[in-house]
Design a protein around this ligand. Structure first.
Ligand code: KIV
Ligand code: ZN
Length: 500
């Protein structure tokens, strides 16, 4: 029988801590719920000691998640482990994930500890975590640059102290598939109690080999892979969940392994993370990129028409992406809309459906044909809706190459209306400055992207802004057939998140 490989998702911890990917509490819970639909085995919800906000979000996710194990990261210290346990203790299945570095460079310069001291700390801290929780994971940070014999001793010590999962990270993305597989084989041969724990791997993508290294480790006997949706994470990112899962599924003949993942939720998960973080999915990205299942060349199209398997090793349906794009329009009724949502894999409550259908109708008045991508954009937009302190009422922009751009914006704030005028370097700059005047705050714009959701003259424009204020960051997002309106609404969305 194929061995089961557990999927440990760290989108909310290693992914979220990477630049430009921060999420607020509502967004984190939304992601955790989607990860449950995806059926990941373990959700690493955060690093509880990092800040009071991190602690609160790990605690809230622990309360919200019904099936998956919820883990919090902790350095190998009493304080970190106390905080991790406090944050996950109410989870249905809690896990403490503690780590310490084992490579010579980290031990000398970062920890200033000798090998024996590290071994002693592992014993003490894993035993301490074990008093709180039966499920303890131990990670040897920078394992792939550690002395193999020393690493084996550390792993043996962690298992003897009660670790039920031992994680071998390629922290700096330095390893290669053959070398990494050899590490796993070595540990399996040299660590006498290795059968008592799951062997996990956690790879970074600095040399573009995170997925290849993880899969090589699975072939060598790893039974847990740590990964993130869309591969988001520190520097070049982490192992991409969708690639590793579809690699295992598509090449079951080779890996003789299976995961518990509901692959039909992959596409939706990828879209959700992209919508929340504002980090788009490159069109040629394996599995989830817009072109991943597109066949352009005549020879390929001919082959596909004869037999899909000529050029397709997996189907779009297997990741929850409908192969056939349907077009809806202003005459489409609620029934057709609801049916399309179901085909696209969305399960909405009646309230959510009412609200989305209303937006669909408004859009259908402006846009002749509404494609699946428009519907996805509508829903992604709905996902990032939060309490709106400021709502756009109306705007007028005056701009040209021989005049100074001026924006007038009127917003509703509670029962009041606020109207301001400001000038700027172009219409968007003028609009954003006007909003800063309205809010009487100096929000700083870090990034601004506008792109067309679909092709055609009446395409829906999606604007994404990244803002910060007093050290807090937020991503704002909005869609409209008018790109200036999309930009203003995206900015207001970011502002509303920051002031909540
Ligand atoms: O990359 C790494 O080594 C980590 C560990 C803390 C697991 O993220
Ligand atoms: Zn990492």
């Amino acid at each position: 029988m194929a061995k089961c490989v557990k999927i440990f998702d760290t989108t909310l911890r290693d992914g979220e801590q990477s630049p430009g990917c921060s999420m607020n509490l509502t967004e984190k819970i939304e992601v955790a719920r989607q990860l449950e639909l995806l059926k990941v085995d373990i959700i690493e919800a955060g690093f509880a000691i990092a800040s009071p906000m991190d602690f609160e979000s790990v605690k809230a996710i622990s309360g919200a998640v019904k099936d998956a194990t919820v883990a919090s990261l902790a350095r190998a210290t009493y304080k970190d482990i106390d905080a991790a346990y406090e944050a996950v203790k109410d989870a249905v299945s809690p896990r403490i994930h503690t780590f310490i570095a084992t490579s010579p460079i980290h031990m000398q310069y970062k920890l200033k500890m000798k090998e024996e001291e590290v071994i002693e700390r592992v014993k003490e801290m894993v035993s301490y975590a074990k008093k709180y929780c039966s499920d303890v994971e131990f990670s040897a940070e920078d394992a792939s640059r550690s002395d193999k014999a020393f690493l084996a001793k550390v792993i043996e010590t962690a298992i003897s102290a009660g670790a039920t999962t031992v994680n071998i990270p390629d922290t700096v993305g330095y390893s290669t598939p053959d070398e990494f597989a050899a590490y796993i084989t070595y540990l399996k041969e040299q660590v006498p109690n290795i059968e008592k724990a799951d062997i996990s791997v956690h790879c970074h993508n600095d040399l573009g080999m995170a997925v290849a290294n993880s899969l090589a480790a699975v072939k060598a006997g790893a039974t847990q892979v740590e990964c993130t949706v869309n591969g988001i994470g520190e520097r070049a990112g982490n192992t991409s969940l969708e690639e590793v899962v579809m690699g295992i599924q598509t090449r079951k003949d080779y890996y003789d392994a299976a995961t518990n993942i509901n692959t039909r939720q992959i596409y939706r998960s990828a879209k959700l993370i992209s919508a929340i973080t504002g980090v788009s999915i490159p069109p040629n990205k394996a599995i989830t990129g817009a072109n991943a299942f597109a066949h352009e060349s005549g020879i390929h199209q001919h082959g596909m028409l004869q037999n899909r398997q000529t050029y397709e090793i997996m189907t779009p349906e297997s990741i929850g992406k409908p192969a056939i794009q349907m077009v809806l329009g202003k005459h489409s009724g609620r029934h057709a809309f609801e049916e399309r949502l179901q085909i696209l894999g969305y399960q909405l409550t009646k309230e959510e459906l009412d609200c989305t259908f209303e937006h669909f109708k408004l859009l259908a008045d402006k846009k002749k044909s509404i494609t699946d991508r428009d519907i996805e954009a509508l829903l992604a937009n709905k996902k990032v809706q939060i309490h709106e302190t400021y709502t756009l009422e109306r705007f007028v922009i005056n701009s040209g190459n021989t005049i100074t751009s001026t924006a007038m914006i009127k917003v509703k704030c509670g029962d009041d209306f606020i109207e301001k005028v400001a000038t700027g370097d172009g219409p968007i700059d003028a609009a954003f400055k006007t909003i800063n005047q309205i809010t009487e705050k100096n929000f700083i714009l870090n990034d601004y992207v506008i792109h067309a959701v679909t092709e055609g003259e009446d395409a829906l424009g999606e604007a994404v802004v990244k803002l910060h204020l007093d050290g807090k960051k937020a991503t704002g997002r909005a869609i409209s057939t008018d790109i200036v309106e999309a930009s203003i609404k995206a900015y207001l969305n970011g502002v509303n998140k920051l002031i909540v």
